[in-house]
Every structure is written in structure tokens, then in C-alpha cells.
Ligand binder design. Sequence first.
Ligand code: ADE
Length: 230
Amino acid sequence: ITKIGIIGAMAEEIELLHQHVAVASEFTKAGITYYEGVLHDKQVIYCKSGVGKVNAAVCTQILLDAGADCVLFTGVAGALDPKLDIGDIVVSESCIQHDMDCTPLGFAKGVIPFHPRSEFAADKHLVELAYAASEKLFPGRSLKGKVLSGDQFIASREAVESLHQELQGACAEMEGASVAQVCDMNGIPYVVIRSMSDKADGSAHVNFPEFTVKASTHSHQIIDEMVKHI
Ligand code: ADE
């Protein structure tokens, strides 16, 4: 690895990197600003993708074209696995797009027609580094699992149950599988690290901003710790 790419979807997630990275240069493309610099003696390039799969896909391709040879995604998610509490961490073993639905044509839910893969495995080494960092910082509060992405904020108990049962998702968010697919198409390793900001059951509006700050901080701390070991 010569240049670590780091993506967050929201301002909270990227502000924390601004505070820790010595930025040497920046450029803007497709409305997204990319910052290059050094974090723990490692060359990094990071940016705020914006929300959703299209933003994440465009952002990831530009990041890779700029020379990133691995991608770490930091952010928050809604918990699907009942074991997960607010602030707990999911490290992606794989990602899938839960809103890809060509079932009327006979494809299983989440399957991208005529594409080689629909479930994108994260890089095993990056998963182990992220999990080790997470367990060091927040013992007993992390799990490795499947991240489900879609252009929807999940906010009902029914949706949580069906996503957990039908697709075995650990958490739901809006970018991971998009980043994962672009990395897969380019042959670049990735991992998604998500801290739980809500339980995806419709109660998020009550305390989403507060929990987002807490969860973003957890996710950032894990990135910061794992970068030391990449
Ligand atoms: N990101 C944080 N919480 C989420 C949820 N409930 N659904 C989708 N993305 C999220």
C-alpha cells in the first residue's frame, strides 16, 4: 500500500480527519474535494463523498484514479443485528446493495443482473486490522458482518427484520456496497467501518445528530488506529 484512500459520507466524519492529517495538497473534481497528506507517517487521500450510492461511486473512482491503492470507508449506520447497540461497530466482511431488485426477472434480491458479483468481499487483511483496532478501542463492541447499502434511510421495524432475515445484514447504510463495487471493478482492496448511530427502527429522528457525532468519532478512532498498522 502506497496511498491509503479514506472516504466518509458526511461532514462529521471528515472533520475529524482534517484535525489529524497534515494536508499537503488538495483538488476538486465532480464537486468533491480530495485532500492529500500524511497520517501516522502514511500517505493518505481523503474526501467527503456525500450521501448515497451515486455520490459514493463517483467519489471512489476519482479516489482510485488519484492513486489510492486501498479504500477505508468510515461512517455511521443503522443497526440491523439485534446484538448491536448505539456506538457499536460493524466491520464489513462483505457489502451488498439491498435496493438492487430485479426479482420480476427472476434474479434474487440484491443481485446485479449480468454482473460478475453482487456481494463484494472486503479485503481480509484490512478486515482483521479494522477489527483488531476496534476491539482494542472498544472491547466486546464490534462484529464482522454483512453491510447492506441502499438509497434509503431505513426507519421501520419491519424493514429491519426483513433486511436482517432475508439478506443477513448486520447494518444498513447508503454507500458501502457502492464503494465496494467500484473497488472490485478496479481490483482494489477495501473495508467499511460503521458505528451504529441508530437502530433503523424509526426512532432515529429523536437523537440522530447526537448519536451521529458519537458514532462518527468511534469510526474515526478505528481508522486512525488501523492506519498505524497498514
Ligand atoms: N445511516 C445511519 N443510519 C441509517 C439508517 N437507519 N438507514 C440508512 N442509512 C443510515
